[in-house]
Structures are given as structure tokens and as C-alpha cells.
Design a protein around this ligand. Structure first.
Ligand code: BTN
Length: 324
């Protein structure tokens, strides 16, 4: 762990800590403390420095805690988790789990990070991941089903997020195919499923979820699309540990449903929140654009587009946008 991260975890309590105290705790010089503090703005944290008092964050940060998260999950689901890690910093929780040891069959490894230095979004985009404000979580497990049938898994994860938001009393949430959770046309959460299909045996799958909880720090201006966070919607920041438990619980329930019956068991729920069904859309594919009326999704999670000639085509990839 580098000095910046260690300082962040001390300052998370929102109280003042002098340079001398930080130096002593970490076993480094006051100059090293000062240099580390100077770099902290890169984490998007609002840091105050007051002469004679020291440093503190503008507000306390509730750091994620694996014991608290596990405590908030039903025992039956907890037994399905082989390992749950909370890291202060990872390049990407998806990348980390992709390269980690596999859990036993029927079990999952879970990884949260307080920040990601190279958070992955869909289509090679960066998922802006400042420290301590949001949820970045990935789950690694094996699926015995054919990789072709896993196409709808990202949509299933979106259903899990919707259920959590509903529990929080949030309405007005919509889903944008394939995996965006939006609120009043602004992105609130996204999911990224990555998999390695073994030639023999089960498919190794990493399911990543990014949920904006409090994005008000300096890095939010790096996001290249309209966004929103739970703090804005709810008027306050919910407990991140409670939220992490609720989300994990719902993800495990939904993944089990998906594993048993595929997306068909969840497709109608997804359709209830479809932001684009019935609208004139444009679907951008690598080599061409398709225009037509969006007819929603099929039971495998493919998007259906009705062209001007009345023919309905289905697509399993691409980027959808509203036309006119
Ligand atoms: C998207 O909507 O573009 C997908 C965003 C997925 C972001 C999450 S954050 C946790 C996990 N780790 C990553 O690197 N990406 C996913």
C-alpha cells in the first residue's frame, strides 16, 4: 500500500490529523507526508489543510469493511462466497478477479475496491473510479452452461441493481440496452461481464458492477456522458456497507435465477424498465448503423429492431441511441 492510500484511510474519519502525527503513524518524514498529500487530489478527494491543525477531508468517508458487508448478507448466500476482499486500490476489480485463482465449483470470489486506477467500462471505455464514494464490485464464478447462453447475464445483473434501487425507494429508473441503469436520462450504474470459455469444462466468468453513490469529487468532470449518483437522487449518501450487502445479496439471488432458467425468468422484469422500447432508435455496429423502431429484447437478451420495411432483426451487440 502506498503512502497516499495509507493517509487516505487515516483521514477517512473526517477529523484533523497533523503532518507530524501522520508521519509518526506511517513511519515517514513530514516532507513525505506533505508530498503524498499533494498527490491526493488525483483521487478526487476534497482535502482541507489548516495551519496548526493539519489535514482532514471535507467530510468523513465510510470505508468498506468486509466483515460488515458479510454480516449484512443472509447465511445461505454467505456460504456461497469463498472469498470476499476489499481493497483500497485496484487497477480494476474485474481485471483482478480475471487473473486470480478460481473458487471451488458453486462458490464465488467477490472483490470490492475503494478506487480503481483503470476501471473498465463497456466497449473499451474507462470507468471513472475515484476513491471512497462509489461501489466498484466484481464477482468471479463458473457457469457450466454454454457461453452462448451467457449473453443475457449482463441484463440479469441490471435487474438485480433495479431491485436494490427499488428497495431504496427510488423510482424513475430505466434500463438502456444492454447494461446501463439510468435515472432521468443520466447514467447511475453499469455492468461489465467478461468471460473465458475453457475448451472443456465450465466457463470462467467475472461480473463487474459500478454504482455511483457519491461522485461529487473532482474526477466527475472526466466522465464523458450525463451521470447521476445516489446522493443526488436520495438527497443523502446511503451507508456504503449496507448498500454493498444489499447489492451483493440481490446479485447472488438474481445470478442463481439466471443460472437456473436463463434470462427468460428475468426478461419481463427487464422489459418493465426498458427505456427505448417503442422508440425510434439507431444501433451503432462496428461497420454500420441500423435505424428503426426498438421492439425491446428477446428472451436471450438480444435487442429487436424493426426496420422501415417491417422486418424485425435481432442484435446481440452494438450501442443504442434515441433518434430525433
Ligand atoms: C459500463 O457501463 O460501461 C460498465 C461499467 C462497469 C464498471 C465496473 S466497476 C467494477 C468492475 N471493475 C471494472 O473494471 N469494471 C467494472
Amino acid at each position: 500500500m502506498n503512502n497516499q492510500i495509507r493517509i487516505i484511510s487515516i483521514l477517512a474519519d473526517g477529523a484533523f490529523h497533523s503532518g507530524e502525527e501522520l508521519g509518526k503513524t506511517l513511519g515517514i518524514s513530514r516532507t513525505s507526508v506533505w508530498m503524498a498529500i499533494k498527490k491526493l487530489s488525483a483521487y478526487g478527494l476534497d482535502l482541507h489543510s489548516v495551519r496548526g491543525k493539519g489535514y482532514r477531508f471535507a467530510h468523513a468517508v465510510e470505508l468498506l469493511d468486509s466483515t460488515k458487508i458479510l454480516k449484512g448478507i443472509d447465511t445461505t448466500i454467505r456460504t456461497k462466497i469463498a472469498k470476499l476482499d476489499v481493497f483500497l486500490q485496484r487497477e480494476s476489480t474485474n481485471a483482478y478477479l480475471m487473473g486470480s485463482m478460481s473458487p471451488d465449483v458453486d462458490k464465488s470470489n467477490v472483490c470490492f475496491a475503494e478506487m480503481q486506477t483503470a476501471g473498465r467500462g463497456r466497449r473499451g471505455r474507462l470507468w471513472v473510479s475515484p476513491f471512497g464514494g462509489n461501489i466498484y464490485v466484481s464477482i468471479l464464478r463458473h457457469f457450466s452452461s454454454d457461453p452462448q447462453t451467457l449473453g443475457g447475464l449482463g441484463l440479469a445483473l441490471s435487474v438485480a441493481i433495479i431491485r436494490v434501487l427499488t428497495e431504496l425507494g427510488i423510482s424513475d429508473v430505466k434500463l438502456k440496452w444492454p447494461n446501463d441503469v439510468i435515472w432521468q436520462k443520466r447514467k447511475l450504474a453499469g455492468t461489465l461481464v467478461e468471460m473465458v470459455a475453457e475448451s472443456t469444462g465450465p466457463c470462467r466468468v467475472v461480473m463487474g458492477i459500478g454504482l455511483n453513490v457519491d461522485l461529487s469529487g473532482a474526477m466527475s468532470d472526466k466522465i464523458d456522458q450525463p451521470w447521476v449518483d445516489l446522493k443526488t437522487i436520495l438527497g443523502e449518501v446511503p451507508s456504503r456497507n449496507q448498500l454493498a450487502s444489499t447489492l451483493l445479496q440481490q446479485l447472488f439471488i438474481t445470478i442463481a435465477q439466471f443460472e437456473q432458467s436463463g434470462l427468460s425468468a428475468l426478461a419481463d422484469e427487464w422489459r418493465q424498465y426498458d427505456a427505448y422500447s417503442g422508440s425510434q432508435v439507431s444501433l451503432s455496429l462496428p461497420k454500420k448503423n441500423i435505424s428503426g423502431i426498438c421492439e425491446g429484447i428477446d428472451d436471450m437478451g438480444a435487442i429487436l429492431v424493426r426496420a422501415a420495411d417491417g422486418n424485425i432483426q435481432k442484435f446481440t451487440s452494438g450501442e443504442i441511441s434515441m433518434r430525433g
